[in-house]
Unconditional design. Structure first.
Length: 417
């Protein structure tokens, strides 16, 4: 009896935990990004102004920042596996609650979404660090690609779906469908309890010595005094600039295209999806650059400059919005992959990964939450879109400076590799 079928089955089953991780990632972005293309009917239905509508997109981001320390304690106490289950249940419940009532219910559901996704935002890099630390760029890139596929689809399809079923069913469905898929696959592959996960993986992989999905190769403990708080602070500043710009563009680019290019809402939703669609390929740039032995500084500088092209282009030649959207979309996704990979590789334990990621996301998302609100308020006060895009450009400049300084800081010899 040949061992080839067994080996082939083993290779396929080793991809199942990765697939479950990516299904989990699907449920973390669509419930948030489905709202920006629907801001017009949401405002009309709920009777709110532009700044208040912007809160529906910025509150989850604010929760990512302010409640990340709480999410960090939850994961520390419950573990990654059980924390992921609670995360997806919260996503489903929040999506439903946001869509069934008036203004108060919409904001309560949005807050629940933010709390739940904050747990997932920590769980994913921790899981990558636990299972795939030496393939950090590849798995982080896969996570980013999956997120951008989801965002692209929801941005492009939100308005047509709302025209058929209304914004409430559209907004709720994004969480129910993707959250249900994530809950099933996550619970089956990453069940709470180390023993349950070990039995699942070993039985299907066909190898008694296969690495179980709920354990990790031991990483050397790192003394607390040797942590580089300077690097953590710089990475937090860079991440804050990135997320501020990303969420501001995501929230208002469709509306800006309606005003500047006189598109219909449906056309603007599809056009703005170029920004997200370009992000599908963007994460592949990081491992490609690394394969050509580019230094971390060179990678960050090139990606940061490409990110800056988007708001600069919308200021100088907005009629070329397609070019700027593609450039900025690829750059923002690649920049996210590069920053998260740095955190994973610099962390010498899962707990350090959790603490560093928690600090970075607390600072980054707390600042980023202002993006849609500031852009919407400035547009409402000044009129036009030059001022909002100028603010986004200035933020990306600061982002590039902070990221460059962070990667220029020498990595301790014990963490290299």
């Amino acid at each position: 009896m040949t061992t080839e079928p067994v080996a082939q089955r083993t290779r396929w089953w080793r991809l199942v935990p990765v697939a479950a991780l990516l299904c989990f990632a699907l449920s973390l972005r669509a419930p948030v990004t489905v709202i920006p293309p629907l801001l017009t009917p949401v405002r009309a239905d709920l009777g709110i102004d532009a700044a208040t509508a912007g809160l529906l997109t910025s509150i989850p981001v604010l929760c990512f920042g302010l409640l990340t320390p709480v999410a960090s304690r939850i994961i520390h106490r419950l573990g990654i596996n059980l924390g992921g289950v609670y995360c997806v249940i919260g996503v489903i419940a929040g999506s439903i609650l946001r869509s069934v009532g008036g203004v108060s219910t919409a904001f309560i559901g949005t807050i629940l979404l933010g709390v739940s996704i904050a747990i997932g935002n920590l769980a994913i890099p921790m899981l990558i660090g636990r299972q795939y630390r030496h393939r950090a760029e590849l798995l982080t890139g896969a996570y980013a690609i999956t997120s951008n596929v989801t965002v692209t689809a929801t941005t492009a399809l939100a308005v047509p779906a709302a025209d058929l079923w209304g914004w409430r069913w559209t907004a709720a469905g994004s969480g129910i469908v993707l959250g249900g898929l994530a809950l099933i696959t996550w619970f089956l592959v990453y069940p709470p309890g180390v023993q349950g996960a070990r039995k699942w993986f070993s039985r299907r992989a066909g190898q008694p010595d296969a690495v179980p999905v709920s354990t990790a190769a031991p990483l050397r403990a790192m003394p607390a005094h040797s942590r580089s708080w300077r690097v953590t602070a710089l990475l937090s500043a860079a991440f804050a600039g990135h997320t501020f710009a990303y969420y501001a563009v995501t929230a208002w680019l469709p509306t800006a295209l309606v005003d500047i290019e006189h598109m219909t809402r449906a056309q603007a939703g599809v056009a703005a999806s170029l920004f997200q669609a370009a992000g599908i390929a963007g994460p592949l740039l990081v491992p490609l650059m690394s394969a050509f032995r580019w230094s971390s500084v060179r990678i960050v500088v090139v990606l940061g400059l490409a990110w800056m092209v988007m708001p600069a282009g919308m200021l100088i030649a907005p009629q070329l919005w397609g070019i700027w959207s593609i450039s900025g979309g690829m750059a923002q996704a690649a920049f996210f992959t590069a920053i998260m990979s740095v955190v994973i590789r610099r962390s010498r334990s899962i707990d350090e990964n959790r603490r560093t990621t928690s600090t970075m996301q607390t600072v980054g998302y707390s600042t980023a939450a202002a993006g849609p609100v500031v852009a919407g308020w400035v547009h409402q006060q000044v009129g036009g879109w030059s001022a909002p895009f100028a603010i986004i450009l200035g933020v990306t400049v600061l982002m590039l400076i902070a990221a460059t300084l962070a990667v220029r800081t020498p990595m301790p010899d014990a963490v290299r590799g």
